[in-house]
Every structure is written in structure tokens, then in C-alpha cells.
Write a protein that binds this ligand. Structure first.
Ligand SMILES: Cc1cc2nc3c(=O)[nH]c(=O)nc-3n(C[C@H](O)[C@H](O)[C@H](O)COP(=O)(O)O)c2cc1C
Length: 198
């Protein structure tokens, strides 16, 4: 803990975080996956366009495609994602249904992905989002149409306390204190850079 002041938040939001040590032996059920998808479905979006698509890879039911998705991850992510049973990609459709550019597609996709993370948390699971993957390789491997922008991969599974499951570097990350900028850095009262309620 640093000396920053903390304000009370909803316990689900407080419980969500991005671990790197996952249990390779504990499966996620189809019901849990569908409940996670349903949570994303109820996210708000500009003009209710719901401009996102998710591809979900389940290592236990389709290891071939799971591994093709896994191969697009950076080595640093592969090192710990290897223990995750489920992998997703969040894709933002940059075009509205009428063909015009959707400037809010990425915003809305992020919103849906946060619902995924929170729903996973509510089910006792953990979701860890990643930008560290090869976007072009993924688009080619899975025939993603040009207007869809891969925003993040998301690894989902149960957490494990077994530190031997990952390299030392990731143990350090796992055990390090979670940090945030002070509230006043990002939240302003009425005027640009006027810190909220000092
Ligand atoms: C868009 C996005 C991309 C991220 N990329 C990676 C990544 O490639 N590898 C990784 O280990 N974590 C990644 N993270 C996780 C962040 O590092 C993590 O959310 C941040 O440090 C805050 O920690 P917390 O989620 O535990 O609160 C990413 C998170 C987001 C939202």
C-alpha cells in the first residue's frame, strides 16, 4: 500500500485483476463461457450497434484452433497463457451497418470486454486482457474481414497459487503491488487539469 487515499468501490470491481498464474487443470464450462458472452451482449454501445465480435477458443474442445490463436501471442504472453483453458479475441467492427465509419467501435468493444472481465470475476474466474499479439497473423489465420480491428486477446481461467507454473519474472509480476495514478491526475473538477476534490 502506498499513502494514496482509496474510496469504496463495488466488490466485483475490486476483485477483478489480471493474474498470470492460471490453473491448467481446471476447466471452464460452456455455461460459464455463455454467461460471459451474455454479459458482453448487455454492454452499452453507440446507436446500440454492438460493434464487436469475439472468437472464443477452448483448449479442451478444439486444441488445434486454440494453438493457432496461441501462436499469435508474444512470447512473453505465451509464457503464462499456456496454462489458460480459454482464449478470446475482441474485434471491433469499424463500420456501422450503413457502411459509415464507426468512430465509437473501439470504445464500445472495450466496454463489452470489461463486462467480460467482470462477469468472469463474478464466476470465480479471472480474465487477463492482452495487446501483445500479432494482429496481422491473427487476421490471416482466422480470415477476419478487413473492417474488423483486433483490439485485445483475453485469457480466461481459474487462478492457481502454484508459483512453479511460470518463470520467475512472472512470479514477481504476480506478487507485486497493484498501482494506480492518484485520482486527481485523471479526474478534473469543471476545468482541464483542475484536480477533483482535493
Ligand atoms: C488493452 C490491454 C492490453 C494489455 N496487454 C497486456 C499484455 O499484452 N500482457 C500482459 O501481461 N498484460 C496486459 N494487459 C494487462 C494490464 O497490464 C493490466 O490490466 C494492468 O497492469 C492493470 O492491472 P490489473 O488488470 O491487475 O488491475 C493489458 C490490459 C489491457 C486492458
Amino acid at each position: 500500500m502506498n499513502n494514496q487515499k482509496y474510496y469504496k468501490i463495488n466488490s466485483l470491481i475490486a476483485k477483478r485483476w489480471s493474474p498470470r498464474i492460471f490453473n491448467p487443470n481446471k476447466q471452464v464450462t460452456n455455461q460459464q463461457i455463455l454467461s460471459i458472452c451474455e454479459a458482453a451482449r448487455w454492454a452499452p454501445s453507440c446507436s446500440n450497434q454492438q460493434p464487436y465480435k469475439y472468437i472464443i477458443w477452448n483448449k479442451s474442445s478444439n486444441s488445434v484452433d486454440f494453438n493457432r490463436a496461441f501462436d499469435t501471442l508474444d512470447i512473453g504472453n505465451q509464457n503464462w497463457v499456456k496454462n489458460c483453458p480459454i482464449l478470446l479475441v475482441a474485434l471491433a467492427d469499424t463500420k456501422f451497418d450503413d457502411g459509415n465509419f464507426n468512430n465509437w467501435a473501439e470504445y464500445d468493444t472495450g466496454s463489452a470486454s470489461e463486462n467480460i472481465c467482470l462477469q468472469a470475476t463474478s464466476l470465480g474466474l479471472f480474465a487477463h486482457q492482452m495487446a501483445g499479439f500479432d494482429v496481422n497473423k491473427l487476421k490471416i489465420s482466422f480470415d477476419i474481414p478487413p473492417s474488423y480491428k483486433p483490439m485485445a486477446m483475453i485469457a480466461i481461467g481459474y487462478k492457481s497459487d502454484d508459483l512453479s507454473l511460470v518463470d520467475e519474472k512472472y512470479i514477481k509480476m504476480e506478487l507485486s503491488e497493484r498501482k494506480r495514478k492518484p485520482l486527481q491526475d485523471n479526474f478534473f473538477d469543471s476545468k482541464w487539469k483542475n484536480p477533483i476534490y482535493k
